[in-house]
Ligand binder design. Structure first.
Ligand code: GLO
Ligand code: MG
Length: 344
């Protein structure tokens, strides 16, 4: 019974299909309409940017009222907020980065906005903040002091830890896009930094499959690494076809075996007891409005399909093939198993 997974996604995963080369091709659905779709799609948790909840420039009173309204809506749908993420990459004050911006006033804006995201999370009964440091990096290396930048990122996390003494923070690392080079490009980088914060036990990671792949790493191994440290607190499962822009494809749609291994690692670590499975997937631009949630339903179904494959692996056979170092046979067995072929 305890082996049941919970699933989440963010409202940005139902999107109008704009890309850098063309305008939206579907109407943006109102937030409330998206919220009403979650349960029907099999999701119980919602991920939110701070300004998905209320506009970032509202004052304290407006914010409180606005958040209370959203809370009521979420409650009426039986949805739990998995995390709140300060959107530190759209405001003009974050053009040069947020925590690592060269202008002190811009860094202060990032600090204040992150504190406000914590306030919003608290009002939504949520104690979990995710930081995707989208613009903490450079287009040209000479633009910033790279060494100072790392210290500034630690300071920013410390400020949030001090602002709320039980909030947990997970970094979601991505090596590039929108920046040419991010300062903390991988999970490993952020974890190194986490151990130097004022309360390492409250700092962990969210791993997105596509981000690991973009860094040339295997997402399942990245997850195993963070799990060993007790620091994998959320995932953004999706897929990615090689080293290009961040695609957020349907989970398993490019490399079934790579997806299988992510589910394997998560399930062996009993991730269902640790966190929620997030699906950070994007519909194709060609998708018709009537089909704009299929990528979410399909990703969830793929997770469950692979979970069944993972749980029906012949563990004894795998162990014996490992002992005899017959990885050729192990390779054949896994491929056959993935294709639904039984037999040894
Ligand atoms: C972009 C990220 C982004 C985050 C979201 C929540 O590449 O994956 O979608 O997941 O802002 O942190
Ligand atoms: Mg993500």
């Amino acid at each position: 019974m305890a082996k049941k997974y919970r699933f989440s996604f963010g409202p940005w995963n139902i999107s109008p299909g704009a890309d850098p080369f063309g305008p939206p091709v579907r109407a943006e659905l109102p937030f409330a309409r998206k919220v009403r779709m979650y349960r029907k799609l099999g999701f119980t948790h919602i991920q939110l940017h701070d300004d998905d909840v209320v506009p970032a420039d509202w004052d304290a009173r407006q914010t409180q009222r606005g958040v209370a309204k959203v809370k009521k809506l979420l409650d009426s749908e039986g949805l739990t907020v998995e995390f709140v993420a300060p959107r530190l990459w759209e405001d003009p004050r974050t053009i040069d980065g947020a925590f690592t911006a060269n202008r002190p006033a811009d860094r202060r804006y990032a600090r204040d906005r992150s504190r406000r995201a914590i306030d919003i999370a608290r009002m939504l009964d949520c104690d979990f903040i995710v930081l995707w440091p989208a613009r903490e990096g450079t287009y040209i290396r000479e633009a910033k002091d790279a060494q100072a930048a790392i210290g500034r990122m630690v300071d920013a996390v410390n400020d949030m830890l001090a602002y709320d003494e039980s909030i947990r923070i997970a970094g979601e690392m991505k090596p590039n896009e929108p920046m040419d080079q991010a300062y903390c490009p991988t999970v490993g980088h952020f974890m190194g930094l986490a151990y130097r914060t004022s309360d390492p036990d409250r700092v962990g990671v969210l791993i997105e499959s596509a981000h690991s792949i973009l860094a040339g790493l295997d997402p399942a191994d990245d997850m195993a690494y963070a799990l060993w440290h007790g620091k994998l607190w959320s995932v953004h499962l999706n897929d990615q076809n090689g080293l290009k822009y961040d695609q957020d494809k349907t989970f398993g749609s490019v490399d079934l075996r790579r997806a299988f291994n992510q589910v394997w690692v998560l399930d062996r670590a009993k991730f269902y007891d640790i966190g929620v499975v997030g699906l950070d997937v994007k519909a194709m631009r060609t998708t018709k409005p009537a089909h704009q949630t299929k990528h979410l339903a399909n990703s969830l179904a793929m997770f469950n399909f692979l979970l069944e494959r993972v749980r029906s692996v012949d563990e004894e056979l795998v162990d014996s093939l490992r002992r005899s170092r017959d990885y050729e046979e192990l390779d054949r067995y896994i491929l056959g198993h993935l294709m639904g072929k039984s037999g040894k």
